[in-house]
Design a protein around this ligand. Structure first.
Ligand code: GLA
Length: 722
């Protein structure tokens, strides 16, 4: 396992767990892809080179039979007779856009170098392939990282100006991955506010299929994820190649099928409204793409993403640590609270097992609705006399830690900050800006604005006993323009916003290492791997209705682990859908991730309190399964009346199956077929007081016996009997 170079045939063999990735440097010096798939031997793979019908192709200069369009390229470039989508577009000092990147050398490193200013996976052996244009001296370093423990190859490209003149890039993608066939189905995760990451399939086609955002955020509309799956792929079988970008700003992922039955997947920073200037000696580092290969369906693909994110991306301080069980006041009070109300809420949950009280939006400036005060990170004294301290003391007296809401990237027009520094808000001088949720955005490309955010947020954190922060982000970027860049370089804005965001996260989140930060974006509109690097958990959606959540959590699990999906029990009728599901159903679905309650607990009856207490006690017993287990998606709510998630401990000694039925049907006899157990182990099922072999449970199945209502759950545990 690792990275091998055969100097004789110039083949590179990259081997991660179960996977081989092979390319070679061909006679002309181009990096030519040969194979990506299940692990194979280190053989001469020259026969994989695809030969097209030569006469229809454009030959390279001084070459009679060599056409770039023949090859499956590791990087595609323009102006060479390759008419496929290029991976980069570069404007040369002479005015032309030609580039021919030849191999000039490589390095194999035992440890992957970090990307400057951007999150990435840690660890992994890394190959850096150095390519350069011999005329212009424009260069690209292609990074490939392999992992012994995961079927993952991480890719990125660093574009370099090795000349003495200036270049601009119009496109600078992170990778190109050739596909040997073009009949894949493409799975992506689309959505909107309150309905994030719904699974959508489209066919690959001759031509380009792409997903992207132009919002300077990874967005609820399309997550930076795409998978190419064989037409017959299921949860358990078939080929699936999943690609997720560790990036939070405008991105693109493109899949191009060509007329000869092959294809390419490529992507990275969106080249829409993008341009990057490179002076002599400068370089542009691009975001990392995490590429998973599975020959055992979508299930194995997802588990590989979950494993590598837990082990190599999410902050090790928190990844396996019990997460807070919160009471959050947002849906209980919205902006309408005062010190007394918060203290009553804290008292009402005393003794139920909740360990953290989170004060949401409305505690700062003069904020009584969403029209004011963002940016004024000082306490609203008239609303909270005695400041946060009085609230925090009461929270502590009731046996809980304290969490606080911020929206650091925002500014309200009606704020002291805006009155003092209107230029801090993103916008074009002389033009009115667009508002969204009645707010503007701060210009994170400016270092003075970033310093303001870091200092004011850190001041509140330093002056108060805060154990948890919810970092919200409630709109998309408009009016893209910054005073920090000259006119000619305004198209660097979207990527520089991401770099600014990572800088303030680095300084606020990593600067307060004992505080757990939860990410949020008007629900789950910025649920991406780069955010997971800072926020071990992210608010999955503002839609807390259990029925809708089965789909949202199912779709999110395609690449994100359940330990990253923050899920709350809220009041009924649900505030987003007006649907009423009973308390146990809401808890069973919300207890499939870091959890909490988001309602007014002063309205709890004694019976409610007993129920919540029992729910939290049960949740605590399953915590390890939430944090670190293998997820098997057993029933798909997008396709049926049911949802079922099976969480199995890594040693297969413990498991939990949560089943849900949408609509009652008195005639239906339903069997659920759990997965992931050891067929040869015996398991005790406490809910049935029954002991069965793993094989029996999985192959004969279980009847959940749902109670005869709509929107109901049943939960089963499996404990190994030795
Ligand atoms: C967003 C979040 C909510 C809540 C509100 C507060 O919508 O997703 O959870 O924090 O903002 O304004």
């Amino acid at each position: 396992m690792g990275i091998y170079f055969n100097a004789e045939n110039k083949h590179f063999y990259l081997e991660s767990k179960d996977v081989s990735y092979i390319f070679r440097i061909n006679r002309i010096g181009f990096a030519e892809h040969l194979y990506f798939g299940r692990r194979i031997g280190r053989e001469n793979m020259e026969y994989m080179q695809s030969i097209g019908a030569g006469s229809t192709y454009t030959q390279m200069p001084n070459e009679r039979n060599q056409c770039y369009h023949y090859y499956n390229p590791e990087i595609c470039f323009y102006g060479t007779g390759d008419f496929r989508e290029p991976t980069l577009m570069v404007n040369n000092p002479a005015g032309d856009r030609l580039v021919r990147l030849h191999y000039i050398g490589h390095e194999i490193l035992t440890e992957k170098p970090k990307i400057t200013g951007m999150p990435s996976l840690s660890g992994g052996r890394t190959l850096i392939l150095h390519l350069e244009d011999e005329i212009s001296h424009f260069a690209a370093d292609l990074y490939y990282t392999v992992y012994e423990e995961y079927p993952v190859i991480a890719r990125r490209i660093v574009y370099k100006n090795n000349s003495t003149d200036n270049f601009t890039l119009d496109r600078a993608y992170s990778f190109n991955l050739p596909l040997i066939r073009s009949d894949y189905k493409l799975l992506s995760l689309q959505g909107s506010w309150g309905f994030e990451r719904a699974i959508q399939y489209t066919d690959m086609q001759k031509g380009v299929v792409s997903i992207d955002t132009k919002r300077c955020t990874s967005s609820a509309t399309l997550n930076p994820f795409i998978a190419a799956v064989s037409p017959d792929t299921t949860e358990e079988s078939g080929k699936a190649i999943g690609i997720n970008l560790i990036y939070s700003s405008s991105y693109i992922l493109k899949v191009e099928g060509s007329s000869d039955g092959k294809g390419n997947i490529m992507g990275g920073i969106n080249d829409f409204d993008f341009e990057w200037h490179l002076s002599p000696g400068e370089q542009l580092e691009t975001p990392e793409a995490v590429i998973v290969y599975s020959n055992e369906g979508l299930g194995k693909m997802s588990r590989a993403f979950h494993d590598i994110y837990r082990d190599k991306l999410i902050n090790p301080r928190f990844v396996n640590k019990d997460r807070p069980i919160v009471i959050n006041n947002w849906e209980g009070t919205y902006f309408n609270f005062n010190t007394q109300k918060l203290i009553e809420m804290a008292k009402a949950v005393n003794g139920l097992g909740i360990d953290t009280f989170v004060l949401d939006d409305g505690w700062f400036g003069h904020r009584d609705d969403d029209s004011s005060s963002l940016g004024d990170w000082f306490v609203y004294e008239e609303k909270l006399p005695g400041g946060l301290k009085t609230v925090i003391d009461a929270v502590h007296e009731n046996g809980m830690r304290f969490g606080l809401w911020f929206e650091p990237e925002m500014i309200s027009e009606n704020s002291e900050l805006f009155r003092a520094h209107p230029d801090y808000a993103i916008g074009v001088p002389g033009r009115d800006r667009c508002k969204s949720r009645r707010q503007y955005m701060l210009d994170l490309t400016r270092s003075d604005v970033r310093d303001y955010i870091v200092n004011t947020v850190n001041k509140v954190i330093c002056e108060n006993e805060i154990d948890y922060v919810k970092w919200d982000y409630n709109r998309n970027v408009t009016d893209n323009y910054t005073l920090s860049l000259p006119k000619k370089r305004q198209k660097e804005f979207a990527h520089r916003y991401a770099l600014g965001l990572y800088d303030i996260c680095e300084r606020i989140v990593n600067g307060n290492p004992d505080i757990i930060f939860e990410g949020c974006a008007g629900g789950g509109a910025r649920f991406d791997p780069a955010m997971l690097y800072y926020f071990p958990q992210i608010w999955t959606s503002d839609d807390t209705d259990a029925e809708e959540r089965t789909k949202i959590q199912y779709g999110s699990s395609i690449c994100y682990p359940v330990s990253s999906m923050s899920c709350h029990v809220s009041a009924v009728p649900n505030h987003q859908t007006r649907r009423s599901c009973d308390m146990q159903t809401r808890a069973d679905i919300a207890h499939l991730g870091p959890t909490g309650y988001e309602l007014d607990p002063t309205l709890f009856t004694d019976e409610d309190k007993e129920l919540v207490k029992a729910q939290i006690k049960a949740y605590k017993e399953d915590r390890e399964l939430i944090l670190d287990s293998d997820l098997y998606r057993v029933e798909n709510p997008f396709e049926s009346n049911y949802f079922a998630f099976m969480l199995v401990s890594k040693d297969k000694s413990k498991a939990k199956l949560t089943c849900y039925r949408r609509m009652n049907s008195k005639d239906e006899i339903k069997f659920i077929y759990p997965r992931g157990l050891d067929p040869d182990k015996k398991y005790y099922i406490p809910e049935r007081n029954q002991t069965l072999m793993g094989s029996t449970i999985m192959y004969a199945g279980l009847q959940p016996y749902f109670s005869p209502r709509d929107f109901v759950t049943r939960v089963f545990h499996f404990e190994e009997i030795k």
